[in-house]
Design a protein around this ligand. Structure first.
Ligand SMILES: [Zn+2]
Length: 667
């Protein structure tokens, strides 16, 4: 009896141990490993913002009430000469000084001479600058051709909060390249379009970072940085032309040969643009009070008809609900010729004929048409309503816009990566391996001109998505909406974005913003020690970030850690904050054979290939001595089946032996 009991006891323990090791996966939350509060080494904050005031501005501005807020007033008249590809212009500037310093001169951008051309270079010739009050007098000015700049010298110093008015008469020659302003296409095949953008003297922006921002038209990224102003926009074009322009068409008047249109955006805008063609076809729809229109060439009808209007309308509806109000009454999507995919201006965005041609040639995926429309319309929120210095902070508006067009993909196609022919995640994780260079997001385009495309359109939106993964969708979207409302009709920077996230999340966000926006390299994790202790069954895992010494800030991100046993399967599966070089200890039920960091779910690390999605090691050091409570941790798991089989055989032998003895007794 005693022996039977003893054998049964061992069998029970064996079976129990097998069951336990197979099924028990500890899900221990770690109390001592949490997201750190990184102290900023340097202050990046802006001056304190009066949140209640700016949000109150949003409430008023979004319904068109700008009472009590001053802007410059620009009255612009343009006359398009079709034959000479020139535009005669008159600009009356009622300039408001909203900066804290007096001005004796005001600089204006003369962008067209910096634009690409084939045989006819763009140019703005300033004919004169005069006072507006009687007696009208000439005002001194100087044009700096190399910088594409005009300085208007004021007769009196313009104090903060004061206004000055003058008149500029000019003539613009439109370049014949494929840049933002151009004349291109043929009448023979009904493809000729005049695109007139950034083609009049545009006042420079004064800010606390640079003073006057007089940057010329640069070839990397968008070169624009423009303040909001009220506009009255008059445009004269030959009678047969269809005109698409910024603002509401107030009236038009024909003299038999040409028509003068009066466009008015009603609310402040950063600039105005127009495109004209004899061949434009037009569609319109009213979307929640906004007159959305598309203008396209006859040959583009198969792709443009209905769809472009639909995509623009869906974007408008989604982003209105997500971020805040698009307050203008018109929004145009217009076909143009250009070397790029599309370009954004207030109330009017362009998609190039080149996109369509490449889609037809199957060198671009078909969804690219929709991508460009959604992207450019999303710029109405990021770069237009919330402005930025596109040279020094270009990653901000492009990053937010790219995140937004991917969000459209998520909402309407259930996939944030829907438009990513090359996944941002793959591109960013292998960028260092492929190009052997680091890439800091938070830099001026001047500091890394070759990386503008990669930073603005891939890395920046991916880092924003990373932020969503870390803090959750609700807080993320609420923070963007807060940022939008707080900087509505103003200029924003990265610290303003961080402030909005800190306001909504209620915590210091340096732990995220400093490393992800300012470090040149992603983390590169390596196991520096994995130790299993036989005495107490604990597993201590040390992960080192090999790139930590090359980056100014330590990264923090959540990584799924998995501990496996060849026989039992998963012993541990837990999301752990890896804060730079990190060591953590967990109890596991048996001796592990492999430890793995799972890189799916937007863990950002340097990888050597797209295919790699984890880091694992079988190099596990064993220490300590086995104790009774941890017996099964001591036994190598591979021999457990042998022990079990041996036990079962012994039981059977014993059973037969007992039965024989019983049989002998009765027979
Ligand atoms: Zn863009």
């Amino acid at each position: 009896m005693m022996r039977v009991m003893k054998m049964r006891g061992i069998l029970r323990v064996l079976v129990f141990a097998l069951l336990v090791t197979v099924s028990f996966v500890p899900m221990v939350r770690d109390a001592d490993l949490a997201k750190p509060h990184v102290a900023a080494n340097e202050s990046r904050g802006s001056p304190p913002v009066d949140i209640s005031k700016t949000i109150a501005d949003y409430d008023e501005f979004s319904v068109g009430n700008f009472a009590g807020t001053e802007f410059s007033n620009l009255n612009l008249s343009l006359k398009l000469n079709e034959v000479s590809s020139t535009v005669e212009g008159n600009l009356t500037v009622d300039f408001y000084n909203d900066d804290p310093v007096p001005f004796s001169q005001i600089p204006f951008h003369l962008y067209p001479s910096g634009m690409l051309y084939e045989s006819r270079q763009g140019n703005i010739t300033v004919l004169n600058v005069t006072t507006t009050s009687e007696p009208i007098q000439e005002m001194p000015y100087s044009v700096l051709w190399e910088q594409q700049l005009m300085w208007v010298n004021l007769t009196d110093s313009l104090l903060p909060g004061e206004r000055t008015e003058f008149h500029i008469e000019f003539i613009t020659t439109l370049p014949d390249g494929l840049d933002r302003a151009n004349v291109h296409g043929e009448n023979g095949n009904q493809s000729r379009i005049y695109t007139v953008s950034s083609s009049y003297p545009i006042p420079c922006v004064y800010d606390r970072f640079d003073g006057w921002n007089t940057d010329p038209y640069v070839g990397f990224g968008d070169p624009f940085y423009i303040d909001m102003a009220f506009y009255e926009f008059y445009l004269n074009a030959p009678n047969d032309m269809i005109v698409a322009a910024t603002g509401e068409l107030i009236e038009s008047d024909s003299d038999g040969e040409s028509t003068t249109y009066h466009f008015d955006p009603i609310l402040p805008v950063r600039e105005v643009t127009f495109a004209a063609s004899r061949y434009y076809q037009m569609e319109s729809a009213n979307v929640n009070g906004v007159n959305v229109s598309s203008f396209y060439l006859p040959d583009s009808q198969p792709e443009w008809e209905d769809d472009v209007l639909e995509w623009a309308s869906l974007t408008l509806t989604l982003l209105n609900e997500t971020y805040g109000v698009y307050p203008y009454s018109t929004l145009n999507v217009v076909e143009q010729h250009g070397f790029y995919g599309g370009m954004e201006y207030p109330c009017q965005v362009y998609m190039t004929r080149g996109v369509l041609e490449r889609v037809r040639a199957e060198t671009l995926f078909p969804e690219y048409l929709e991508l460009v429309v959604v992207h450019e319309v999303a710029h109405q929120w990021w770069s237009q309503l919330v402005g930025d210095d596109c040279i020094d902070w270009g990653f901000l508006d492009e990053g937010l816009t790219c995140w937004s067009h991917n969000y459209y993909g998520e909402v309407y196609y259930s996939d944030w990566e829907y438009f990513q022919y090359y996944r941002y995640l793959d591109t960013v994780r292998t960028h260092h391996e492929e190009f052997e260079i680091g890439s800091v997001i938070n830099q001026s385009n001047y500091e890394r001109p070759d990386l503008v495309g990669y930073i603005d359109y891939t890395k920046a939106p991916l880092i924003l998505e990373k932020l969503r993964v870390e803090i959750g969708h609700e807080k993320f979207v609420e923070s963007l909406s807060h940022f939008f409302r707080q900087n509505y009709f103003e200029i924003a920077t990265l610290p303003n974005l961080q402030e909005a996230f800190e306001f909504v999340c209620g915590e210091d966000m340096d732990w995220f913003f400093l490393p992800w926006f300012d470090n040149p390299f992603l983390p590169d994790y390596s196991f520096v020690g994995v130790v299993y202790n036989l005495t107490d069954g604990t597993l201590t895992i040390s992960v080192e970030d090999l790139n930590e010494g090359s980056n100014p800030y330590s990264y923090s991100q959540q990584v799924l850690v998995r501990v496996d046993n060849n026989f039992d399967g998963v012993l541990l599966e837990e999301t752990v904050w890896i804060n730079g070089t990190t060591t953590f200890t967990r109890l596991v039920s048996t001796r592990p054979s492999e430890v793995c960091l799972d890189y799916e779910d937007y863990v950002l690390v340097d990888l050597i290939s797209y295919d790699v999605d984890s880091l694992s090691t079988q190099n596990i050091q064993i220490v300590g001595t086995p104790s009774l409570t941890n017996l099964w941790g001591f036994l190598p798991i591979e021999i457990l089946p042998a022990i079990a089989v041996t036990g079962i055989v012994l039981v059977l032998v014993f059973y037969v032996f007992i039965n024989r003895r019983s049989g002998n007794a009765t027979w």
